[in-house]
Design a protein around this ligand. Sequence first.
Ligand SMILES: *Cc1c(COP(=O)(O)O)cnc(C)c1O
Length: 418
Amino acid sequence: MTSTLALLGGEPMVIAAGPHFTWPPIDDTTRARIVAQLDAAVSIPGRSGIVAELEEGLKAYFGVRHAVTTSSGTAALHAAYAAAEIGAGDEVIVPAWTFHATASPLFHLRAVPVLCETGPNGNIDPARVEELITPRTRALMVTHLWGRPAGMARLAAIADAHGLMLLEDGSHAHGAGIHGRKVGTFGLASAFSLNGPKPLSGGEGGFVLTDDDDTYYRVLTFAHYNKRCRAEIPEDHPLTRYAVTGSGLKLRIHPLAAALATDQLARLDGYLAGRAEIARYLSEHLTRIPGLEVTETPEGVVPSWYALTVTYRPDELGGLSLERFHQALTAEGATEFDRPGSTGPLHELPLYQHPDPLFPWHPDHHRRYPPGSFPVAEHAYRHTIKLPVWHREQDLALAELYVRAARKVSDHHKELLS
Ligand SMILES: *Cc1c(COP(=O)(O)O)cnc(C)c1O
């Protein structure tokens, strides 16, 4: 048997000081590229230089006709909604559990996010979408939570059957796919974040993907006034007369962020392959530990492993609270075990409960959701522990220690019950 729990005065399982995971990986090549960019240009108003290089790279990687970089994922989502011509009073069905920025830009378009129950893995439940469709529903927005692709075949069929636009928030899921098709390519448009910890990182930034020319021009008009609009929107297009001002917003990526993201994009498939190995190891071993359960990945589905989520089962550990279990794990030095914080059920956030003070014009028919409205999402959120997934072979030793820490806490759970 293992020794005393660290929480109760024993030796911790993981001795090395944290953090044990940092992202994005930065080496001398990355540094050289950033320095080269400093000399090349630190402001790029048109589609040239590193911005063009990144967008060409994204187009090739995802196999889409258009990619537009933005200052953030939030800006990309805002631009995607605007380009889909979501407007006042329109309803958009979004998962009840996601990072709020998946849906929050809708408020700025005077549109209404309509929350939909998720499955236990946090992805929107296709079986619960149709009951939410009204004559005002315009679009269905899908997040691939923690990098696990959502059920796109069914969701696309529902969107088709009801004439809804299908949109994706791929911010957790760069490079994830279903039967060889990458997430972000299933609908009219998709938005991705390039923020710090995301699978593809520029530190800050985002991008929109679309195959549709008009949607592309509307993204440019929304987010990239002047030079890009003047250079890229055809002269006979109705939007061309707005080229100088666009819609009034400028949401460009910083060239240094574009340089970092370009460096990372070339390595993304390597990262994902490494993560898949370690995720397989972690899943296989963690799910055998009483109190922990890891959902199997269906055949043909490739996650990006933004996080490996583990379902906590207090019933298998005499009712031990997740708070206490997590506290004991942290005491063992397994400090990367984390609980989802701000990525939670949207209806619990003040913006979604009471948007009125911030958006006084907000339509009266905005739906209110009392606690318990989304029992599956709420339960899953409160019973999830997550772990970042390492990608280097040498990190397997750390993954092993994390498994041993979880095993130790599970084995000794009785000592924590009092
Ligand atoms: C990070 C994130 C966003 C927002 O992206 P930013 O670049 O931080 O603005 C939106 N949706 C999801 C699911 C995210 O994880």
